[in-house]
Structure formats: structure tokens, C-alpha cells
Design a protein around this ligand. Sequence first.
Ligand SMILES: Nc1nc2c(ncn2[C@@H]2O[C@H](COP(=O)(O)OP(=O)(O)OP(=O)(O)O)[C@@H](O)[C@H]2O)c(=O)[nH]1
Ligand SMILES: [Mg+2]
Length: 200
Amino acid sequence: MTIRKAKFVKSMSAFGEFPGQGLPEIAMVGKSNVGKSSLINNMAGNSHLARTSSEPGKTRLVNLYLINEAFFLVDLPGYGFAKAPKQEKQKWAEMIEGYLKGSGYLKRVFQLVDIRHAPTEDDQLMVEYLRHYDIPFTVVATKADKLSKAQRGRSVPVICRTLGVQPWEVIVHSSKDGTGRDRLLQLIGEETGCGEQEQA
Ligand SMILES: Nc1nc2c(ncn2[C@@H]2O[C@H](COP(=O)(O)OP(=O)(O)OP(=O)(O)O)[C@@H](O)[C@H]2O)c(=O)[nH]1
Ligand SMILES: [Mg+2]
């Protein structure tokens, strides 16, 4: 599919503020600084759409981006940011869980992990949570531009073992060089029902 139009719609601090619009939603989860907001920008082909930062803890609200007037990409705060005040971390966790449990239109979650590191305990807990609530998810191993092909080949099995997924289920991605972008767009197209429409 092709993303022709992407616009920021709303920030919310709790799920109830946006009950959905009957359009499919795809959400990004992952550690602070893993590249969730960058992935949305990479999908949209607009590096200024979602705010990113080299400092963890940039996204502090649930941000909704309307794509092609047809579905939402949802940017969530990160977890596992050790330096954030406890209260703030609690608030982010509630926002993430509130959205994931509350949205009636969530089709799939992209679970981002940094391809350079073994998934953390928080990543494992997040994946357990998604399984528990039967929320479909795809593991995206991002920042792939930071590794050679051979190094990637060694990292992916570690990610698979730690999170209990198969290698063909993991999408290797880079927001810097666009690796994996087509695969992600295809998946988004399938999940939102927008893929075929584009090809017609
Ligand atoms: N080299 C490289 N850097 C990336 C990639 N994706 C993100 N980054 C960088 O990683 C940093 C964090 O990116 P963000 O997109 O803000 O991360 P985030 O997960 O939204 O972070 P929080 O909002 O704090 O949870 C920024 O400096 C990005 O430029 C990537 O694929 N490759
Ligand atoms: Mg962010």
C-alpha cells in the first residue's frame, strides 16, 4: 500500500478521551527510545510528523495519526525508562494498558525491539500481556542500519528465543534506510483492508 496522506489528529492522556471512529488502528509499543515515533514517520514518509528525540521519554501521551483518511497509526509512550520519575512511569504504563485494553478497533500491535540487544524483561512482559489479551502483534527488530547483515543474522534468533516467536514473523526494520518498510506497509494494508484498494 501507499501512504498518500498522514496527519496528526489527537493526543490523549487516557483511553476514554478517544473512543475510536470506527476505523482500524495499529499501535506501536516498545522501550523508550527504541524508535516507535520514527517508525511512524518512516511509514508516512514524513520525518516531521511524530516528534522524536535521542533522549528517551519523548512521547508522553497516546498520539493518533490518521492515514489516508482510512486508519490510525497510534504512537504510545515507551516503557522501561529507568530514569523517569516513578509516578510518571506509572502514568505511562496506565496509558499504554488503558489504550491496548480499551480500543475496540486495534487490529495489530507492532512490538518494537532494538535489533542490537536481547529483548529486556519489560519486552517479555509486554509480549506476555499481548498474548494474554489476545492482541495480535508483530515483532519489529528496528535500527537494523546499525548492524551488518551477518550481525543481524545472529541477533534475530536471540530475539525469537526470548520472545517466543518464529524468525519469519520478525520484521527487520530501519527508519534510517527504509529496510523492511515495504513489508510493514504490506502488513498494515492487510490489517486495515487498505492494501488491495491501493492496487486496484
Ligand atoms: N540509526 C537509527 N536510529 C534510529 C532508528 N529509529 C529511531 N532511531 C533514533 O532513535 C532515537 C529514538 O527514536 P524515537 O522514534 O524518538 O523513539 P521512541 O521509541 O518513540 O522513544 P520514546 O518516545 O521516548 O518512547 C532517535 O534519535 C532516532 O533518530 C533507526 O531505525 N536507525
Ligand atoms: Mg516516541
